[in-house]
Design a binder for this molecule. Structure first.
Ligand code: SPD
Length: 344
């Protein structure tokens, strides 16, 4: 008996490191600053699944990595037009809704969007608008128009998004064109405008916009609304506007890539993120508007809806348009972005 116990103990000692190595893992690829770190800890504690977490800055960066096929992720967070593209290119897999019971917490009006009309591949995570974040102490009058981003009063005092689709879209709107235009003449106008603007731009940034605006390093910035909320919470002299000419409204979702290795772990993670308490905790950290009705109730609907940034009036939303996947014409955007960025 003693010998058996000793043998078992020895076996356990040998196997422990191997067991640790065999721990279930989940590979998550998300935007920077787009999840409350404690949410990841709680998920690991509750499920025993170890999360391997990587971040990206733009849809295009994320797409390039997945499309090349070298890396495999279990959960990704693409936006509307990128979901449309990835569905067409068979880069996503259908979700088994039986394993996502907390989908019941998501507001009906965010389901069945044009980019995934049958709601087969994507779970709504956050949404928002693009607009101008400005420092009320550095700007004389509150901006109302995108023309602010061409105003040389803000020479080297403005920040633009280092995200081709977003920045070109706003330039198209500034030129009076549709933000999904693929007309080469419209894109030429947008390119020329951005080249003209370039000497006034302090930096093209993504996540760094927050530190820079909170720290008063620039007067105006092209931002996504959730980043505006984050900055306004940290520095009360900052404010946000969606210019009168209209803007982009975006929907970011959670998806499972076609080549995911841990589908059941991915489903558990997605369901966890849809849980009311988790979505509420996440909202407090991330700052982006959420489609989760149960979480909004937990947060207090009145307080949540009081934010004009995350709950813009209908007349603002009416002027906002969702990006569409532009097929082969996406190359035109890539070309003009390269020209803008390499222009001195
Ligand atoms: N820091 C995370 C930002 C995520 C914003 N997604 C915006 C998508 C716009 N098309």
């Amino acid at each position: 008996m003693k010998k058996t116990i000793l043998a078992l103990a020895a076996l356990a000692l040998v196997c422990c490191p191997l067991l640790a190595l065999a721990q279930e893992t989940l590979s998550v690829y998300n935007w920077g600053d787009y999840i409350e770190p404690e949410v990841l800890d709680l998920f690991e504690e509750e499920t025993g699944i170890k999360v391997i977490y990587e971040t990206f800055e733009t849809n295009e960066d994320m797409y390039a990595k997945i499309a090349m096929g070298g890396s495999s992720y279990d959960v990704i967070f693409p936006s509307d037009y990128m979901i449309e593209r990835m569905i067409q290119e068979n880069l996503l897999q259908k979700i088994n809704w039986e394993n996502i019971p907390n989908i019941a917490n998501i507001d009906e009006r965010f389901l069945h969007e044009d980019y995934d009309p049958e709601m087969a591949y994507s779970v709504p995570y956050t949404w928002g608008t693009m607009g101008i974040l400005y420092n009320t102490e550095m700007v004389e009058e509150a901006p109302t128009s995108w023309a602010t981003l061409m105003d040389d009063t803000y020479y080297m005092d403005m920040l633009m998004l280092n995200s081709p689709r977003d920045t070109i879209a706003i330039a198209l709107v500034m030129c009076g064109h549709d933000l999904n235009s693929v007309d080469p003449a419209d894109l030429e106008d947008a390119k020329n405008l951005l080249i003209e603007q370039k000497p006034m731009v302090l930096a093209y940034v993504v996540d760094e916009v927050k530190d820079k605006m909170i720290g008063g390093e620039a007067a105006v910035a092209l931002v996504w609304s959730g980043d505006a909320t984050f900055c306004m919470d940290e520095n009360e002299v900052l404010d946000y506007v969606v210019p009168q000419e209209g803007s982009n409204i975006f929907y970011d979702s959670i998806c499972i890539p076609a080549n995911a290795k841990n589908v059941s772990g991915a489903e558990k993670f997605i369901d966890f993120l849809c849980r009311a308490d988790i979505a509420a905790m996440n909202y407090e950290y991330v700052g982006y508007a959420i489609p989760n009705t149960a979480a909004i109730e937990l947060l207090g609907a009145e307080e949540y809806n009081a934010s004009p940034v995350n709950n813009p009036p209908q007349e603002v939303l009416d002027k906002c348009e969702v990006f569409k996947y532009l097929g082969d014409d996406t190359k035109l955007y890539d070309q003009i972005w390269t020209e803008i960025i390499s222009e001195f």
